[in-house]
Design a protein around this ligand. Structure first.
Ligand SMILES: Cc1cc2nc3c(=O)[nH]c(=O)nc-3n(C[C@H](O)[C@H](O)[C@H](O)COP(=O)(O)O)c2cc1C
Length: 328
């Protein structure tokens, strides 16, 4: 067997068998219903919805429930919970299970001040025992597998991902995803995969999912080789190139790479535009299009002009009229 083929395998999370070990991340403000319509056809092992706040879920906030919209074709699908109140962990996980999700994940990585100020997201990294308590409460409440996503630590001086790995496994998590950056780093600098490898050495049966800076098939192979992780979570690498999942599958299977042309990017943009305009209000769709157009056109000559064009559109009809100018 070629060396990279050994990395490519199904992922067992309790009684759930995921078809592969390449997952698509929760991305707040990005991995919405239209985004998942784009990635699902490439058959990732699992697609996560954007994170939702536990408090909002429990008070049945309609906006929060909308973030969890999905359709049958998107299975296996995961929801991610963000919060810090241990007594709310079980009822929130039960809601996720009742909504038909296959996996519930606990967010211990969000770096945003608004989220960490009440101890949620990466604020949880300062309280490893509370992470264990939240996970244990979820595990006791649901049959679906519980996973957790963390960063390496709050800052360079307080790296504690291996400690949290041990706590999460003891609490019953079936997998832990480690984003190889500290909270202090935000999304800058590079992910330190050595910490992911250290977590892999600590975990006994629980799976370790590597995350951070996997933007193509080559870096996916390198992530497996460097960390010996069981699976990979793709994040920014999925933006504007939903086929990255297929690219990685091919590389891990020893198949030649497919060349992605400018026309492929244009066609994908048009498809994404259709999903956005079918799903969102006109006002919201126009805002979303500014964001997604940057992804699909960023490699092109004249990307700046393109950005300005999208700022000027006042209606979806104008976008529709402009689309035939794209080369497909
Ligand atoms: C716009 C954006 C939104 C994100 N939203 C979430 C989220 O809702 N939950 C989460 O656990 N991580 C979230 N992340 C973090 C990513 O899932 C991932 O851990 C991080 O981007 C590192 O991976 P990458 O270097 O491959 O992008 C977000 C990242 C970005 C850029």
């Amino acid at each position: 067997m070629e060396p990279h083929k050994k990395f490519f395998k199904p992922l067992q999370l309790g009684s759930l068998t995921l078809p592969s070990n390449i997952l698509c991340a929760p991305l707040a403000g990005c991995s919405d219903f239209p985004f998942r319509k784009m990635t699902a056809p490439f058959r990732p092992a699992l697609i996560y919805c954007e994170m939702v706040k536990i408090d909002a879920l429990i008070r049945h906030d309609p906006h929060t429930y909308r973030l969890l919209d999905y359709e049958t074709d998107m299975h296996p699908i995961g929801a991610q919970l963000c919060g810090s109140k241990a007594h709310m962990a079980a009822p929130a996980a039960r809601i996720i299970e009742d909504l038909g999700f296959d996996v519930v994940d606990f967010n211990c990585g969000c770096p945003v001040d608004k989220v960490t100020k009440d101890g949620s997201g990466s604020g949880m990294l300062k309280h490893p025992e509370l992470i264990g308590e939240m996970i244990a409460n979820m595990v006791a409440a649901v049959k679906i597998p519980v996973t957790v996503k963390i960063r390496t630590g709050w800052d360079e001086r307080s790296i504690n991902a291996p400690e949290i790995t041990a706590i999460a496994e003891k609490a019953g998590a079936k997998a832990i995803c480690i984003h190889g950056r500290t909270r202090e780093q935000g999304y800058s600098g590079s992910a330190n995969w050595d910490h992911i490898r250290a977590c892999k050495q600590v975990a006994k049966e629980m799976h370790v999912i590597g995350n951070g800076d996997v933007f193509n098939a080559e870096s996916a192979l390198k992530m497996f080789e460097t960390t010996q992780c069981d699976a990979i979570l793709l994040s920014r690498g999925t933006m504007g190139q939903p086929w990255i999942i297929e690219d990685i599958y091919r590389a891990l299977s020893g198949l030649p790479a497919l060349v992605r042309t400018q026309e492929d990017y244009h066609r994908a943009f048009i498809e994404h535009f259709r999903h956005v305009s079918d799903y969102q209000s006109e006002r919201r769709a126009l805002l979303d299009l500014r964001r997604i157009s940057c992804w699909y056109f960023k490699k092109e000559h004249g990307a700046k002009n393109m950005r300005e064009t999208f700022q000027r559109f006042q209606s979806l009809k104008e976008v529709q009229e402009w689309i035939p100018t794209l080369q497909v």
